[in-house]
Design a protein around this ligand. Structure first.
Ligand code: NDP
Length: 447
């Protein structure tokens, strides 16, 4: 596999200092080995080099004025990675850790995820190193407006359609949409997704990533003669994805005993009271520590990077916070504690060594690209509703989401079996997505 080795070497040299991007690219390319072996013509058309190079990477200054009259400067990004199968589509992340490497890894993964949904959307991602924590509403609004003052010239409902991600929820999408509308003097609802229901949002979008994760998990367990009902579950994070994964898991009869935020985790042996979490996180925008003050018997463990949660005994682990939150040591702890299945709600939460450990030790792994695709799939359904100027009911959207997730699982399962890697859904997801994108790229010529 000289060609693959050569591409990996060149990638390392070219993207030096971008560890997250290299990690994501390495994971995909190495699982594609059997496909590349079958297609020697890929080398001539430099397909792997092209698929790992963003079509466009935009970086820009975002200046804004804080409540004390002090001017602040942040860096904004939009990475338009691959538009072969549709307009670029992917969220915006506002978090101090945001840099070019993280933006590129997220955009690269997004291309594959979007292909798996079966919907016509290409891959992109964006964001800023702006930290929304502790900012007033007015500061958030001024930042979003300044961010959009540049972003608007790069997006459009047929060009590139951003949505939310870490630090970007309905409030931020509202401010971003308002500024876009003002600049453009046009009501182009499909330019952003994750909008409020009053102005073009879709029912069930808020719930979609978390619910979708559990639909995928249900299918994966079913294929392995098991169910969610009666299982003990731990979920890292307590944001959008974590909260709705918890809700659906509970509806399916699971007992969720732990959740976390970036300061620590809570353990509630009686099962998490989700209404308390929602009040703290969605209404008060507070810290998860509060849960232990309000619920008798719950224990809080302070911890810098959410890792304490992986010490808790469970059958299923759902990392729903951020990238690389499960390393080899955590994977071993999870296995020792009896975890049988891991579902990635966050993007790339499991590092390469931990993935290998899970696969070698028979722990079922639902990879992010497939398992958390429900969010972007429902965003695409929001775009469809905007185009039709019509809204589906919650039940209609949820049913479509369930169907999409079941189809994604079936596609991953089929591709893994086809290449002799049964139960390796990581490889299955990469191969199924690559098949679609590569065919579209080849059909469109060298561009
Ligand atoms: P939110 O901002 O709503 O929540 C993020 C949660 O993760 C919070 O509890 C946050 O804690 C915690 N967290 C974030 N960064 C870190 C960190 N560096 N270390 C420890 N904890 C951290 O984001 P989402 O729920 O939307 O996103 C979570 C993950 O899911 C991300 O990887 C995102 O890319 C992915 N995803 C999201 C989709 C969506 O539709 N929202 C779709 C597909 C994937 P704190 O509040 O303390 O920062």
């Amino acid at each position: 596999m000289e060609y693959l080795q050569d591409v990996l070497e060149k990638l390392k040299t070219k993207n030096n200092g971008e560890p997250e991007f290299l990690q994501a690219a390495y994971e995909v390319l190495t699982t594609l080995k059997p496909v590349i072996e079958k297609h020697p013509e890929f080398k001539q058309s430099a397909l792997l080099e092209r698929i790992t190079e963003p079509e466009r990477l935009i970086s820009f200054r975002v200046s804004w004025i804080d409540d004390n009259g002090q001017v602040q400067v942040n860096r904004g990004y939009r990475v338009q990675f691959n538009g072969a199968i549709g307009p670029y589509k992917g969220g915006l992340r506002f978090h101090p850790s945001v840099n070019q490497s993280i933006m590129k890894f997220l955009a690269f993964e997004q291309c594959f995820k979007n292909a798996l949904t079966g919907l016509p959307i290409g891959g992109g991602k964006g964001g800023s190193d702006f930290d929304p924590k502790g900012k007033s509403d007015n500061e958030i609004m001024r930042f979003c407006q300044s961010f959009m003052n540049e972003l608007y010239r790069h997006i459009g409902q047929d060009v590139d359609v951003p949505a939310g991600d870490i630090g970007v929820g309905a409030r931020e999408i509202g401010y971003l949409f308002g500024q876009y509308r003002k600049i453009r003097n046009a009501y182009e609802a499909g330019v952003l997704t994750g909008k409020g229901l009053e102005y073009g949002g879709s029912l069930a979008r808020k719930e979609a990533t978390g619910y979708g994760l559990i639909y995928f998990m249900r299918e994966m367990l079913k294929a392995n003669a098991d169910t969610i009902n009666g299982k003990t579950v731990i979920i890292s994070g307590s944001g959008n994805v974590a909260i709705y994964a918890c809700e659906k898991a509970q509806q399916y009869g699971a007992k969720v005993v732990a959740m976390s935020d970036s300061n620590g985790s809570i353990y509630d042996p009686e099962g998490i009271k989700l209404d308390v979490i929602k009040q703290i996180k969605e209404v008060e925008r507070g810290r998860i520590k509060e849960y232990a003050n309000r619920v008798k018997g719950a224990v809080y463990t302070e911890d810098k990077d959410t890792r304490s949660i992986w010490n808790i005994k469970a059958d299923i682990a759902l990392p729903c916070a951020t990238q690389n939150e499960i390393n080899l040591e955590d994977a071993k702890k999870l296995a020792a504690n009896g975890v049988k299945a891991v579902g990635e709600g966050a993007n790339m939460p499991t590092d390469l060594e931990a993935i290998e450990y899970f696969l070698k030790n028979g722990i079922l792994l639902a990879p992010a690209k497939a398992a958390n695709a429900g969010g972007v799939a429902t965003s695409a359904l929001e775009m469809s509703q905007n185009s039709m100027r019509y809204s589906w009911t919650f039940e209609e959207v949820d049913k479509k989401l369930d169907n999409i997730m079941s189809n994604i699982f079936a596609a991953c399962d089929k591709a893994a079996k086809e290449y002799g890697m049964e139960k390796n859904y990581v490889a299955g997801a990469n191969i199924a997505a690559f098949d679609k994108i590569s065919k579209a790229m080849i059909a469109q010529g060298i561009i």
